[in-house]
Design a binder for this molecule. Structure first.
Ligand SMILES: C[S@@+](CC[C@H](N)C(=O)[O-])C[C@H]1O[C@@H](n2cnc3c(N)ncnc32)[C@H](O)[C@@H]1O
Length: 514
C-alpha cells in the first residue's frame, strides 16, 4: 500500500448544492464516505462571500432554507452511520424581527425528506409538526408520521462564547458574544469520544479541586455546553489580504474533531471558507474533504492555513498529552495523601476504641506512579507508625475505614485507589527500611507537614532512616497532623489557601524546594 495521501481528499471549488454528484464523479462509492461534518453556512444574506451566483443565502429566506435542507440531505446520504453533523450559526435581527436561523435549520433537518402532506394512501391532508415530540400529524386523518428515522436528529445545542466581538448593541438586543453549535446525529451509533476532549488545565477547575481531588477525574473534566474560544485574529494563519470574514477558531474545530471522529476518518465541510476544518482535521490525522466557491479562499487555505496547521497543531497536541499525564499524577498523588490524612483523623476519633492524638508519630504512603495511567485502580500502601504495639493493638483499621464510609467521607472505592493500610512500631519500621526497604522507597522520599498538596522537603532514604532513628521526624509535625513521608512528589498551590499564611506556619525543611 502506498503512503501517499489520497489526493481526492481536498477542497473542491464547486457548488455544495451539487455535492453528491460531484463526489460520485471522484469516488466509486459515496455511501458512508464521511464520518464527521463540521460546517458553518452563510447566515442567509448577512455577508457576501464574493461575487458568486451560486452562493446560498442570496435568494429569499425560504429558498435559502430549501438549499440548506438539500445540502444537508446530501450530507446525510453520504454520511456513515456513526457520523455527526456540527453546524455553527446564529440568530440575528433584521427588519425588527429576530431570525432564529439555528432552529429554522433544525426544523428543516429533522424533516429532511420535506414531508408536507399525509403519507397515507388517499389522504393528502396537511402535516403539522408536534413540537413536543417532533412527529408530523395529519390535520385531516390524524395519522402520525415520524420523520426522524430518515432525518438528522438534533442532539445538542452548544453555546460558543466568542469572548471578543463587535461593540454593537441596540435597544432590545445586547452586544452579541455567542453563537450556536448545533450537533446532529444520523443514528444512535454516533462517535462521541468524551475522554478525548477533557480539560486538564487546573486553572479551569473549581477553586476547591486540591481539597477534593477525589471529585475530579484523573483524566480531567468533560467540558460543559458553553465553550469559550476567542474568534481568530486577523493574521492568525497568514497575511490579512483576501482574509475571510468569519473563519472558525482552531481550538473549537480541534475539540469537535477529537470528540466526533477517530484518526483516519473523513472530516467534511460543505462550506469550507479558508478551510479551517480541513486543515485541523488533516493535522490530527483525519482525511479532509470540502467544498468552497471562492477561489481566493481556497488559495489562502493551500498557501497559509493548511501549512500552518500541519506545522503547529501537532505541537499543541503533544502539549495537551503532557498536560493529561501531569494531571493524572497530580490527582492520584493528592488522593493518596488526602486519604492518608483522612484515615488518620478517623483513627484518632474518640467515639470508639481509638488512638489518642499524638500516638501516631508519622505516616508513610507509597504507590507506584506507573500504574496511574492504567485502567485498573492503582494500589497504595499506608503505614501508620506508633511508638509501641500497645498503642494500636486494640484499634481496628477496618473500623476506621468503615467509618470513612459511613460518615460519607469517601471510601477507597470513592477515591479510585486500592488502599492497603497497616500499623507498625517505630522499631519494626526501621528494621524493614534497613533490611528490606520497599522498592518504591529506595531513593528519595518527600516530606509533607500536614498538607497533602505540598512537599516541604525531600531527602535520601538513608537520611530519612537517620531522621526516624534520632527522633528528628518530630520537627515535621504540623500543629494538628503528623508528618507524611511519601515516594510521591507534589507541590501544587491550594487556591483555597492564602499562600502567605501557609508559609508562615512552616518550619524549615532539610532540603526545601523553595
Ligand atoms: C460562514 S463561511 C465558512 C467559514 C469557514 N468555516 C472557515 O473557517 O473559513 C461560509 C462559506 O460558504 C461559502 N459558500 C456559500 N455558498 C456556497 C455554495 N453554494 N457552495 C460552496 N460554498 C459556498 C462562502 O464562500 C463562505 O466561504
Amino acid at each position: 500500500m502506498s503512503d501517499e495521501p489520497d489526493s481526492r481528499f481536498r477542497i473542491y471549488q464547486h457548488d455544495s448544492r451539487e455535492l453528491k454528484s460531484r463526489l460520485e464523479a471522484e469516488f466509486e462509492d459515496v455511501d458512508g464516505l464521511v464520518d464527521t461534518i463540521i460546517t458553518s453556512p452563510p447566515y442567509a444574506d448577512l455577508i457576501d462571500y464574493g461575487d458568486h451566483d451560486e452562493q446560498v443565502g442570496q435568494q429569499n429566506y425560504e429558498s435559502f432554507l430549501d438549499d440548506i435542507r438539500s445540502i444537508y440531505k446530501q450530507c446525510y446520504e453520504i454520511a456513515a452511520d456513526d457520523c455527526t453533523l456540527w453546524i455553527i450559526t446564529d440568530t440575528y435581527k433584521t427588519n425588527g424581527r429576530v431570525v432564529r436561523l439555528p432552529f429554522d435549520i433544525a426544523d428543516e433537518l429533522e424533516n429532511l425528506q420535506n414531508h408536507k402532506t399525509c403519507l397515507e394512501p388517499d389522504c393528502s391532508g396537511h402535516l403539522q409538526r408536534n413540537r413536543g415530540n417532533g412527529t408530523l400529524v395529519c390535520q385531516t386523518c390524524g395519522e402520525v408520521h415520524d420523520p426522524l428515522p430518515e432525518s438528522w436528529r438534533m442532539e445538542d445545542n452548544i453555546i460558543w462564547d466568542k469572548l471578543r466581538t463587535r461593540p454593537w448593541h441596540q435597544k432590545g438586543r445586547l452586544r452579541n458574544v455567542y453563537e450556536h453549535i448545533t450537533m446532529y446525529s444520523k443514528t444512535d451509533e454516533f462517535t462521541y469520544n468524551k475522554d478525548a476532549i477533557r480539560i486538564t488545565d487546573p486553572d479551569e477547575f473549581k477553586k476547591w479541586w486540591v481539597n477534593y481531588p477525589e471529585r475530579y477525574s484523573p483524566k480531567g473534566i468533560v467540558p460543559s455546553n458553553v465553550w469559550e474560544f476567542p474568534i481568530p485574529k486577523q493574521g492568525q494563519w497568514g497575511p490579512k489580504v483576501s482574509y475571510h470574514p468569519s473563519p472558525f477558531p482552531e481550538g473549537l474545530v480541534r475539540r469537535i474533531v477529537h470528540l466526533a471522529s477517530d484518526p483516519g476518518d473523513v472530516v467534511f465541510d460543505p462550506f469550507a471558507g479558508i478551510g479551517t476544518t480541513l486543515a485541523i482535521a488533516e493535522a490530527l490525522g483525519r482525511k479532509p474533504l470540502g467544498f468552497e466557491l471562492n477561489s481566493e479562499y481556497i488559495d489562502y487555505y493551500e498557501d497559509h492555513v493548511r501549512p500552518t496547521a500541519l506545522r503547529e497543531v501537532g505541537s499543541v497536541q503533544s502539549t495537551l498529552q503532557d498536560e493529561q499525564a501531569l494531571l493524572q499524577d497530580r490527582i492520584y498523588t493528592l488522593r493518596i495523601h488526602k486519604y492518608a490524612y483522612e484515615l488518620y483523623k478517623e483513627l484518632i476519633t474518640t467515639d470508639r476504641n481509638s488512638l489518642r492524638d499524638g500516638q501516631i508519630e508519622f505516616i508513610q504512603a507509597t504507590s507506584d506512579p506507573t500504574q496511574f495511567d492504567q485502567d485498573a485502580d492503582p494500589a497504595a500502601s499506608l503505614v501508620f507508625v506508633c511508638e509501641s504495639a500497645e498503642d494500636f493493638n486494640d484499634v481496628s483499621m477496618d473500623a476506621a475505614m468503615e467509618g470513612m464510609l459511613s460518615e460519607d467521607k469517601g471510601s477507597g472505592d470513592y477515591y479510585g485507589v486500592d488502599f492497603d493500610p497497616m500499623f507498625s512500631t517505630v522499631n519494626e519500621y526501621l528494621d524493614t527500611l534497613r533490611t528490606d526497604p520497599p522498592t518504591l522507597l529506595d531513593e528519595e522520599v518527600y516530606l509533607y507537614q500536614g498538607k497533602h498538596n505540598w512537599a516541604e522537603s525531600n531527602m535520601e532514604i538513608g537520611d530519612w532512616i537517620e531522621c526516624v532513628a534520632s527522633n528528628d521526624w518530630l520537627q515535621y509535625w504540623s500543629k494538628t497532623r503528623p508528618p507524611l513521608v511519601s515516594n510521591l512528589n507534589i507541590q501544587v498551590e491550594n487556591p483555597m489557601e492564602d499562600r502567605g499564611q501557609k508559609q508562615a506556619g512552616h518550619q524549615a525543611g532539610l532540603n526545601s524546594f523553595d
